[in-house]
Write a protein that binds this ligand. Structure first.
Ligand code: SAM
Length: 260
């Protein structure tokens, strides 16, 4: 899978991309993550990606021309020079029309916004089946509405709160998607048994020592009876889900509002 991230802070991703399983997956070629600095598509000497909102009001808005040019470059593997400052659709380096243009067919492109579809395991699974993802991180007061219309195939929210930018949402999505890619997890079964798979939260987990501050491990887990262990885990998962996330059991949670 290839993932392109459009951001004004590519340096933000140094930690998430270079740590643990994501770093290993990149080194093995399971995922190719490419970071793009949106300022490479600006036209002024200050490299401005934002401007004042039409109609007035507080804060600045991310410019649509910069974001559309960046998306068309990345979708078509064109250098910034091929699209920067273009009000109309760009030609590629040979003068042929590009394959993907804003408002037309385009690779799966996620624009992060608090109003988007919640990032759930169901959405992560869907995205993990794609060959390509393009992730667009907003900043400031948000992004010119025309980018949502012309560039986004998906609008995704990390949750019902307002972040300073989309980078943390993009990092979360990359991590959640990459761990589902073939060969990334040592044990593929662990992904299938985790929280939200099958509509349940995960059962409780225990490891050594057998006793911790007076609390012991449930005896069934050391019984060697695999059927009993499986039944115990299923019952605890149902019990826990009913207690803290009953919405997952009645089918209204974990999938996002459009799937309700
Ligand atoms: N004014 C916007 C609003 O009220 O919805 C919030 C803008 S926020 C300060 C700037 C950027 O951060 C957004 O364009 C978006 O890309 C990102 N962002 C903020 N909260 C987010 C969330 N919950 N999920 C995904 N992205 C978020």
């Amino acid at each position: 899978m290839r993932i392109d991230v459009l951001t004004i802070f590519p340096g933000y991703f140094a930690g998430p991309l270079d740590t643990s399983l994501v770093a290993t997956a990149r080194a093995r070629g399971a995922v190719d993550v490419r970071l793009h600095d949106l300022r490479d598509w600006t036209t002024d000497r200050h490299r401005s990606v934002d401007d004042a909102p039409y109609g007035g009001g507080a804060g600045m808005v991310m410019r649509g021309d910069v974001l559309v040019a960046a998306a068309e470059s990345v979708w078509n593997d064109l250098p910034p020079s091929a699209t920067v400052g273009t009000a109309a659709a760009p030609a590629d380096v040979d003068g042929a029309p590009p394959r993907y243009v804003a408002g037309g067919p385009r690779p799966r492109t996620v624009v992060f916004t608090p109003r988007g579809r919640p990032l759930t395991q169901a959405l992560v699974r869907e995205l993990a089946d794609e060959d390509r993802l393009v992730l667009v991180c907003g900043r400031y007061e948000g992004i010119d509405e025309r980018v949502h219309e012309l560039v986004a195939t998906d609008e995704v929210s990390l949750g019902d709160y307002v972040l300073m930018g989309g980078e943390v949402a993009a990092a979360a999505m990359v991590e959640a998607v990459v761990r589902l890619l073939p060969g990334v997890l040592g044990n593929a079964a662990s992904a299938a048994e985790e929280s939200f798979e099958g509509g349940l939260l995960e059962h409780p987990l225990y490891t050594r020592p057998p006793e911790l501050r007076g609390r012991t491990v449930p005896p069934v887990l050391t019984s060697g009876d695999h059927a009993a262990v499986a039944a115990w885990r299923r019952a605890r998962a149902e019990e826990r889900t009913r207690a803290v996330r009953p919405d997952l059991l009645d089918g209204t949670g974990g999938a996002g509002p459009e799937e309700v």
